[in-house]
Design a protein around this ligand. Structure first.
Ligand code: SF4
Length: 257
């Protein structure tokens, strides 16, 4: 029975790098503000439940008016709302962002901490956002796990988890630290292109031989995640398909041709 090859991070990253190019894979709201951990923090909060293009535009508008903790802490939510209207839950975010800025000012002297535990005490900051600040704001190893990373890590067979939080903990235990920084942008890129949420394009995937799902599907076996299994022919379809064919052949006369 064919099994996936032992997972080889340098080889996997090399193959994905050749497929997607070796440039900077960060989306603009992370790339353009990477020198400034505060803007990475605010951009990542804006990105929650929002498409990347909307986050990019909203971040650019917001930071043109309120670029730092001091200005954003004083900004009235009604002035923030039109700048970030394209993002999901923009009214809630318009209230939340000055709270975050005030917390950074009051509790951390205006410097966003580069420590996971401290970041998680900020309002509206969960594990993914905190890890994004570590990786994209400070260029240090972190493990931001979004839906792409969670799904692909399970498809690859690297983890067997039911939530991004569990996936983060499992990947921290198993992935060598030298691969933590590229892991998120590479897998997000893969998740937006070939390894999509529904019907991944395994036949075109350059890392299929390392992937438990790719190997299982190509060998007719069940993949690790039930939802990746090919649709089954239902009992009803099996029973009724011959009957339908017979009806078609009978035609209007009711006789079999
Ligand atoms: S083989 Fe399929 S499931 Fe596995 S990483 Fe590639 S696209 Fe995703």
């Amino acid at each position: 029975m064919r099994r996936a090859r032992a997972f080889d991070w340098p080889e996997v990253l090399d193959r994905l790098g050749r497929l997607y190019g070796r440039g900077d894979w960060r989306v603009p709201y992370l790339r353009d503000h990477a020198e400034d951990p505060f803007q990475v923090l605010i951009g990542t909060i804006l990105s929650q439940r929002t498409r990347d293009e909307a986050t990019d535009a909203a971040s650019a508008r917001l930071f043109a008016r309120f670029p730092d903790p001091g200005s954003l802490a004083r900004a009235p939510p009604k002035e923030i709302e039109p700048l970030i209207r394209a993002t999901g839950f923009y009214r809630t975010k318009a209230k939340r962002l000055p709270e975050v800025a005030r917390a950074v000012l009051d509790r951390f002297d205006g410097e966003v901490p580069n420590d996971l535990e401290a970041l998680l005490t900020l309002p509206g900051v969960g594990p993914k956002t905190a890890n994004c600040v570590i990786v994209f704001g400070y260029g240090e190893p972190g493990m931001p796990v979004d839906t792409h990373v969670h799904r692909i890590a399970n498809r690859l067979g690297l983890v067997r988890t039911t939530s991004p939080e569990e996936t983060e903990a499992a990947l921290r235990r198993t992935v060598p630290k030298e691969f933590w920084i590229p892991l998120n942008p590479v897998l997000v890129q893969h998740g937006q292109n070939l390894c999509r949420p529904i019907r991944p394009k395994c036949a075109e995937c350059p890392i299929a031989e390392f992937c438990a799902t790719g190997v299982a599907l190509s060998s007719g076996r069940a993949p690790p995640r039930d939802e990746d299994a090919p649709p089954r022919t239902t009992h009803r379809a099996r029973v009724h398909r011959p009957a339908m064919a017979l009806r078609r052949r009978r035609g209007r006369t009711g006789r079999v041709a």
